[in-house]
Design a protein around this ligand. Structure first.
Ligand code: IMP
Length: 423
């Protein structure tokens, strides 16, 4: 397997965790390069469910090195909890299979409090964040006032800086009528977590460069999806990192000319959590999928908004990420549908659009132009080969790949490792 970036081609939750887990079989190293514990990757192995937030899914396979790169924002308490939780589930997590960049920025308790207070203050105009402090952490990073994981190794300096930053944040929190935070509690909680995390901290940039030289195979595990990208997403209803393929390089220090392939993951329909325009959103398909017990968030438990497959967005995703191959997940979610709609273009006034407009108000006014496909009305969860899938299902998957403009490589028909069809 060549050095591969895996990205979400929609609004996140495309089933990346499962596809990464599948591709990991042929990788030596799995790298996370952006986002934080706003992500939630669910992987089911031998009937056991693992929910990962910060640790790459590669941790579930033996002999794989997992790297959390410099571009990730790390809530140390949450990460320490994840390490302990995985160990309780029988997964070995040691510095031999997990490395954490010493210059990744730390999400601190006041980032979470500010995230929540800002959302409350926005009222109806809220973004619908996960409340994990992601935006305020990245804001501090680019404002050059952030704190980095390496500082956890210097408890005195860490405590001084934390106090100064927390005192500042408390002024803002009080002004926003939110409860101020206790410095001592924050310090103790973080220094306790630091004891668990410290052995994993390393200069991951140098490590990855050495592995590139040694021709090790790398898999970059994207979090969130293309339309939550801070630059290319449906701004301002986005997250605060570059979720597109370029983010894998800046968030890890591996240069672009060492990457050989980009794989895009998308669902056979569309979902979104949080606020923001969603042209193909449809109450019928939302009720249908929720009724099947599907589409509830791994991180927040929120019911996801659901809609028809939107090729206008995935076409843009294929372009901006340079997607070479597609993995389509949740095919089985449509097994009992009579008719399936696919948005092939938008109508905006008199114009027909092939790509989404960048202005959010214009996007809210777009009317989808649909093409209808007959449902296959057969259970696909037992399919293991392409030819096991009903012909109408194969036609649908090929059609949405063609509309997106990338080659279909993987079709997934359930959460299990074995429910993955390689074309
Ligand atoms: P934040 O990343 O918590 O700031 O949230 C910003 C937006 O991104 C909100 O609409 C969230 O629902 C969305 N978001 C963040 N992480 C994920 C994810 O892993 N899956 C889907 N949506 C996400």
């Amino acid at each position: 397997m060549a050095n591969t970036i895996l990205v979400g081609a929609q609004w996140g939750d495309e089933g990346k965790g499962k596809i990464i887990d599948f591709l990991t079989e042929r990788a030596d190293i799995v790298v996370r390069s952006q986002g934080g514990n706003n992500a939630g990757h669910t992987v089911i192995v031998d009937g056991v469910k693992y929910v990962l937030h910060l640790i790459p899914s590669g941790i579930l396979r033996k002999g794989i090195m997992c790297v959390i790169g410099n571009g990730v924002v790390i809530d140390a308490v949450s990460l320490a909890g994840e390490i302990v939780g995985l160990r309780k589930q029988g997964i070995v997590v040691t510095p031999k299979n997990l490395m954490i960049s010493d210059c990744a920025h730390l999400t601190l308790p006041f980032h979470r409090a500010l995230d929540k207070a800002k959302e409350t203050a926005k009222g109806k105009g809220k973004i619908g964040t996960t409340g994990r402090g992601i935006g305020p952490t990245y804001a501090d990073k680019v404002s050059r006032v952030g704190m980095r994981t390496g500082e956890l190794l210097q408890p005195v300096r860490f405590a001084e800086k934390l106090k100064a930053r927390l005192d500042e944040a408390n002024v803002v929190l009080k002004a926003m009528k939110a409860a101020p935070l206790d410095v001592k509690a924050a310090r103790e909680e973080y220094l306790e977590a630091a004891k668990i995390i410290a052995p994993f901290l390393a200069n991951t940039v140098v490590y990855l460069a050495e592995q590139v030289k040694a021709k090790k195979q790398m898999l970059f595990e994207g979090a969130q999806g293309t339309f939550l990208d801070i630059d290319f997403g449906t701004y301002p209803y986005v997250t605060s990192s570059n979720t597109t393929s370029g983010g894998a390089c800046t968030g890890s220090g591996v240069p672009p000319n060492r990457i050989s392939k980009v794989v895009g993951t998308m669902k056979a329909y569309t979902t979104r959590v949080g606020e923001g325009p969603f042209p193909t959103e449809d109450k019928g398909i939302s009720d249908f999928l929720h009724g099947l017990g599907r589409e509830f968030g791994a991180t927040t438990g929120r019911a996801r908004r659901c809609g028809w497959f939107d090729a206008v967005f995935t076409r843009y995703a294929a372009m901006v990420n340079g997607i070479d191959e597609l993995a389509i997940t949740n095919t089985d979610g449509l097994d009992t549908m009579d008719t399936i709609k696919v948005c092939v273009a938008y109508k905006l006034g008199r114009a027909k659009l092939e790509y989404p407009p960048s202005d959010i108000d214009a996007l809210s006014k777009c009317v989808p132009i649909y093409q209808e496909f007959p449902g296959w009305k057969k259970d696909t969860t037992g399919a293991r080969k392409w030819n096991d899938l009903p012909p109408k299902c194969r036609a649908y998957l090929q059609a949405i790949s063609k509309l997106t403009g990338a080659k279909l490589a993987i079709a997934s028909v359930g959460p299990g490792r074995e429910q993955t069809i390689l074309l």
